[in-house]
Ligand binder design. Structure first.
Ligand code: HEM
Length: 441
């Protein structure tokens, strides 16, 4: 007979209430309430087998120690029309082969080689902001739009050797539209199959057609002129994988490679705008180490406070607020039995703010990253073999932006504006990120 304990959690009716509340949109509040009422591990009763794992040890168990027993949860299947079997959604042998194939473009040397391009694109944006400030004291802007384009330009240049023109803008618009649609579907109760001609499904088909056409052109063009295409595209094309798989990887990296980073940067600037003493400390470090010349890895490494600001921002407002997996065989975690095929949720949005592991957890204090942290209590990029492949790329890109930006400007939130975090697959401000930028001198 097994001695495993039952997972704590609400009864059937309350569980259904929580599920409805999650579908309705307020996932962050549900996760917090479950954690506060029931603790480190919670399960809901009802039609879906679902367990929340908030303790770092449990997170480490699922994402790393016993990762072979955990596949991505069923919700990821909703992304198939958009990203197919790209690196985010593929499993098993296909995932392993693809990860090995593209790993070369994310080794430290490759990441450092992107510095010049990231720096150039950042300087272009800074020049634009400066010209906006030529005849006024402050420039009011929605950072979500500004940074969405900025990070898209970076991924297009660095990974695909593409300039962003009208065609690429169409690709971004339709790919992000499809991502939004898919995310909505994941959280809705009533899902029409994609073949039913609802207005939303017809729109989806139209967008997919545009995405496929543009990506098809990009592949054809790269094949015709392999010498001029990027190492990433060349590698995909020469690997012998079929056209569909190349397409899936391109769309995967275009989306995963820019949207999360732009949200992360917008949240970072929000935290700096509302914590002027941290903003000042960052400005001081930039002033002491940088006078506008081209950046290189040595100068980036010197600015450890800037890096800590990025890390701390992703602790308080994790751009990916939760991850979901499903166990292949039943498992035991912390003495609790997890039945086979249970959806398990690990929530950065809760574990990152747990006072037991992060003292004064709500305080924006980048210096905490000078101290060691409890293992798996901080995992903005996930953990284990399926950890984000773009982690160093994203951190470098964010640091370069913050260094360039705060060498010239200061920032405040616009009057009476408070961003409202919305937890979908990523954490985004529902109402944009409205800031006022001013010159430092
Ligand atoms: C601040 C920015 C970013 C954050 C917070 C972030 C976070 C994450 C997380 C949490 C995962 C795991 C998802 C899961 O297991 O369900 C992931 C996976 C992934 N990310 Fe990122 N990411 C960021 C930027 C990037 C960038 C810049 C790229 C590409 C250039 C990228 C490409 C990927 C890919 C391809 C995967 C799937 C990896 C695999 O399963 O092997 N991400 N990311």
């Amino acid at each position: 007979m097994s001695n495993n304990k039952n997972i704590p959690g609400p009864g059937l009716l309350k569980s259904l209430g929580y599920l409805l509340q999650m579908v309705g949109g307020d996932r962050g509040a549900v996760y917090r309430e479950l954690f506060e009422k029931y603790g480190d591990i919670v399960s809901l009763r009802g039609p879906i087998k679902i367990a929340f794992l908030f303790h770092p040890e449990y997170v480490g168990h699922v994402l790393k120690e016993n990762f072979l027993n955990y596949k991505k949860s069923i919700s990821y299947k909703e992304f198939y029309p958009l990203i197919g079997q790209g690196l985010v959604t593929s499993e098993g042998k296909l995932w392993r082969t693809q990860r090995t194939l593209v790993r070369k473009d994310f080794r430290p040397q490759a990441i450092h080689a992107y510095i010049a391009e990231m720096d150039k694109i950042t300087k272009e944006l800074i020049n634009e902001i400066e010209s906006q400030l030529a005849d006024r004291d402050k420039y009011d802007v929605n950072l979500i739009d500004m940074l969405g384009l900025h990070t898209y330009k970076i991924i297009c240049r660095c990974l695909f050797n593409l300039e962003v023109g009208e065609r690429e803008l169409q690709l971004q618009k339709h790919a992000l539209g499809l991502e939004r649609y898919t995310t909505k579907r994941i959280f809705s109760i009533l899902k029409w199959p994609l073949w039913v001609p609802t207005i939303a499904n017809l729109k989806l088909k139209k967008s997919l057609k545009i995405v496929n056409k543009v990506v098809g052109d990009i592949i054809e063009h790269a094949k015709e002129d392999l010498d001029q295409s990027s190492p990433f595209l060349r590698r995909l094309i020469l690997s012998g994988i079929d056209q569909q798989q190349i397409r899936d990887e391109i769309v995967t990296f275009l989306i995963a490679g820019h949207e999360t980073t732009s949200n992360a940067l917008a949240w970072t600037i929000n935290l700096l705008a509302t914590n002027p003493e941290v903003q000042q400390k960052l400005i001081d470090q930039v002033a002491d180490n940088y006078s506008g010349e081209s950046l290189d890895i040595i100068s980036l490494q010197k600015m450890s406070y800037v890096r800590n600001v990025v890390s701390e921002s992703m602790r308080i407002l994790p751009p990916v607020p939760f991850l979901s997996r499903q166990n292949i065989n039943s498992d035991v975690i912390g003495g609790y039995k997890i039945n086979k095929e249970t959806i398990v949720i690990c929530a950065q949005a809760i574990t990152h703010l747990d006072e037991r592991f992060h003292k004064d957890a709500k305080q924006f204090n980048p210096d905490r990253f000078n101290l060691e942290m409890v293992k798996y209590s901080y995992f903005p990029f996930a953990e284990g073999p399926r950890k984000c492949i773009g982690e160093d790329f994203a951190i470098q890109e964010m640091m370069i932006f913050l260094i360039g930006f705060f060498q010239k400007f200061t920032v405040k939130l616009q009057d009476k504006f408070t961003p409202i975090p919305a937890i979908y697959i990523t954490m985004k401000p529902k109402n944009g990120m409205l800031v006022s930028i001013s010159s430092r001198n």
